[in-house]
Design a protein around this ligand. Structure first.
Ligand SMILES: O=P(O)(O)OC[C@H]1O[C@H](OP(=O)(O)OP(=O)(O)O)[C@H](O)[C@@H]1O
Ligand SMILES: Nc1nc2[nH]cnc2c(=O)[nH]1
Length: 179
């Protein structure tokens, strides 16, 4: 099994890029059916969602409006449980159906706060589409409306996800190897 080393940690192959693409295609089918003619605003939550957002957008039937925002709460492999708004969304959310594009829901801390924040900014409806979901890690009550793949509670990197900002460029996903 292929292994990679990032700084002090070793990771092993976990989910192939092909498996991710197939899951994203299935998500896109549902989203195409649900969102057509609703003029949703897609908001990519940077940094982690850049690859997922790109994959998904190539599978959507319509050319929707896209915005970007950046929130950060992790240091190394642990949540700080402090959400930093590094880059707010610049478009008005007033009265819009907003679809958050997220790479991963782990504790749910990020999504719980971002979803509430987007309602506070006037969104009519806030939906969440996540490439990956770790239900066993959940500490905050939030669920996604569209989930690509549910995974176990392991720290992962690749396909946008980082360990201290490295590892995002891998197309496949790797999970941490505990020694
Ligand atoms: O459900 P949670 O426990 O809140 O974890 C999920 C969040 O953690 C990661 O972001 P991070 O804060 O590492 O920022 P990044 O996307 O810039 O890497 C990931 O991209 C999610 O946004
Ligand atoms: N890279 C990475 N970031 C996370 N943020 C929350 N959980 C994770 C994880 O498993 N991997």
């Amino acid at each position: 099994m292929k292994e990679i080393k990032i700084k002090d940690k070793v990771f092993e192959e976990y989910i192939s890029a092909e498996t991710i693409q197939n899951a994203v295609k299935e998500m896109a089918k549902k989203m195409n059916a649900d969102l057509k003619d609703k003029d949703p605003l897609f908001v990519c939550i940077m940094n982690g969602s850049f690859m997922f957002a790109s994959d998904l957008m190539q599978q959507l039937d319509e050319f929707y409006e896209v915005a970007f925002a950046r929130y950060s709460s992790y240091s190394g492999t642990e949540s700080t449980y402090k959400l930093k708004e590094v880059m707010p969304v610049t478009q008005s959310l007033e009265g819009r159906i907003v679809v958050i594009l997220e790479d991963l829901i782990d504790s749910g801390f990020t999504m719980m706060h971002v979803k509430k924040h987007f309602y506070d900014l006037g969104a009519k409806e806030v939906l969440i589409a996540t490439m990956l979901d770790k239900p066993a890690a959940r500490k905050c009550p939030v669920e996604a409306d569209y989930v690509g793949i549910s995974i176990a509670n392991d720290f992962i990197v690749g396909h946008g996800l980082d360990y201290d900002d490295y590892g995002r460029m891998y197309n496949d996903i790797y999970k941490i190897k505990l020694s």
